[in-house]
Write a protein that binds this ligand. Structure first.
Ligand SMILES: [Mg+2]
Length: 258
């Protein structure tokens, strides 16, 4: 991936940001390549309906979010952790009304999440193929290992990827370790994803580049209060289809290979 070099100098007033060179592209899975969060949103709604006799849907959603946040270090991200936290939520919120039927209903909500067919987002296949023609692409996705492996296999997108990394958390340490393993200096790495918290902020923090591609809904945990929107190594793209054109000027590799 070449030798480390500094691209971190803040832009001078009126001067263009020094570009690239980006040599390796990371890409997120959930809500960047395939649908995810709206399925969880629907599951939270179902849970609210299940507990409608005990609490307002917003209160159920808040209680679930609290349980999920508390349990993250134990259960990790993904549908299985969601399901366990949802069971805890019904026991807490709907204590008097909870019986085996309710628990089975919650397990059903979780199972449908896990078994839901993978839906690749419109244009994601073509956009990923375009990026992969100019740069090696590594999938960096967090969540349950089995579930993420299933999503990747069902998506059919693995053929565009040089490497797959399924992690329990996307922190600065995770990205640093990954880039050390792959032999890529942070300043030559660019991450693409929908989450400011997981895909953008930690990568900027270690000296890499990031492209934020928003999804129509974002899990509240993935939001950050003050995203680094004016960071010189941050870009924003309305859709994944816009990403190849954003990466091109940050790369030293020139035009796409035939
Ligand atoms: Mg995501």
């Amino acid at each position: 991936m070449g030798t480390p070099r500094s691209t971190d100098a803040p832009p001078q007033s009126g001067a263009p940001t020094r570009l690239g060179p980006v040599q390796l592209v990371g890409i997120d899975g959930d809500d960047t390549l395939w649908r995810c969060q709206d399925l969880f949103d629907a599951a939270v709604q179902e849970l609210g309906q299940l507990l409608a006799g005990s609490a307002e849907p917003a209160a159920v959603a808040d209680a679930l979010h609290e349980r999920e946040t508390e349990n993250l270090s134990l259960f990790g991200y993904g549908a299985k952790g969601f399901t366990l936290s949802a069971i805890e939520t019904v026991l807490e919120v709907g204590a008097r009304a909870v019986d085996g039927t309710v628990v089975r209903a919650v397990l059903g909500i979780g199972r449908r999440l896990i078994e839901h067919p993978v839906e690749v987002l419109p244009g994601a296949d073509d956009a990923l193929a375009a990026i992969a023609r100019t740069h090696p692409v590594v999938l960096v996705t967090k969540g349950d290992l089995v579930d993420q492996e299933r999503k990747l296999a069902e998506s059919g997108l693995g053929r565009h990827l040089a490497h797959v990394e399924i992690v329990s958390e996307k922190s600065t340490g995770t990205y640093s370790d990954l880039l050390r393993t792959l032999g890529c200096p942070p300043e030559e790495f660019l991450m693409v994803g929908n989450s400011e918290r997981s895909d953008v902020e930690p990568v900027l923090e270690i000296g890499g580049w990031a492209v934020h591609v928003p999804y129509r809904t974002t899990w509240r945990r993935e939001l950050v209060e003050a995203p680094s929107v004016s960071h010189p190594r941050r870009r924003a793209a309305p859709t994944l289809a816009d990403v190849p054109a954003l990466i091109a000027p940050l790369s030293t590799r020139g035009p796409e290979r035939p």
